[in-house]
Design a protein around this ligand. Structure first.
Ligand SMILES: Cc1cc2nc3c(=O)[nH]c(=O)nc-3n(C[C@H](O)[C@H](O)[C@H](O)COP(=O)(O)O)c2cc1C
Length: 241
């Protein structure tokens, strides 16, 4: 089984998102799947120009020559695609959005009605792959992921992909506060790894496992107080220098 994973955080390995993505990928690997991981910060992907050159002038090929030329065949071969991103302004990070937009070159320009809605038909030989979202955010509640979840589900309908679920880590900076206090929360990483194994062996991730990944790390009031204190400390330190 082939898996393509995209880490859309500019913090790459140092980021909160990678702290969830990496054990998830470890679980996938342990279960026997083949993974290719790419960081948008290391890729050269220009934004879509919006002129449909890839649909009419050179069908299937964008006017830009960049890393999408290398990535598109990998998406076509993959059984599972993983988009991983920090929540930015209630959506995916800009570089990941560019990568998503540029996949329009894989599409079919004509229209049809599918499941009661007007959509583009599947392209010839299109593989019905699965998509998983891995995301972290700074605000406390799980509900902040609602817009990005809706986006991914809508996108899957258009791509004729199966949305296979999401590993969501709200109030992710709480991990740093817990580290500072020496408090352990390894269960969330173990659950991320377990979700990876489940995805390959069972073809799905259990609700219970995903809930542990996103479980409350500290009460909301403590989180807000910790964060506000940190903001104050950083601002004062910068003022002194
Ligand atoms: C430009 C920007 C926009 C952000 N927007 C949101 C947001 O809308 N909601 C939220 O909860 N967190 C938001 N955050 C916080 C990040 O999602 C959060 O810190 C995340 O864990 C960072 O992941 P990373 O370390 O992998 O980059 C934002 C951060 C930045 C830099």
């Amino acid at each position: 089984m082939k898996v393509i994973a995209i880490n859309g955080s500019p913090k790459m390995e140092e980021g909160n998102t990678a702290r969830i993505l990496n054990p998830f990928l470890d679980g996938i690997k342990e279960a026997g799947a083949e993974i290719e991981l790419f960081y948008t910060s290391k890729l050269k992907i220009k934004p879509c120009q919006g002129d449909f050159h890839c649909w009419f002038n050179t069908p299937g090929k964008c006017m830009h020559n960049d890393d999408m030329d290398m990535l598109i065949p990998k998406f076509e071969e993959a059984d599972i695609a993983i988009y991983s991103t920090p929540l930015y302004a209630d959506g995916v990070s800009g570089p990941l959005k560019n990568l998503i937009d540029r996949q329009i070159s894989r599409g079919n320009p004509t229209l049809e009605f599918r499941d009661g809605e007007c959509r583009h038909p599947a392209t010839k030989d299109q593989k019905p792959g699965k998509l998983i979202l891995v995301s972290s955010c700074g605000l406390w509640e799980m509900s902040h992921f609602d817009p990005v979840l809706m986006h991914m589900k809508a996108y899957c309908k258009n791509m004729i992909w199966d949305f296979a679920g999401a590993l969501l880590r709200p109030h992710a900076p709480a991990m740093m506060f817990l580290d500072g206090l020496g408090k352990k929360y390894d269960d969330i990483f173990e659950a991320a790894k377990e979700a990876g194994k489940q995805m390959i062996t069972d073809g799905r991730m259990s609700e219970k496992t995903l809930q542990i990944v996103g479980r409350e790390l500290m009460p909301p009031e403590d989180y807000v107080n910790n964060l506000n204190e940190m903001v104050q400390t950083v601002l004062e330190a910068i003022k002194k220098n």
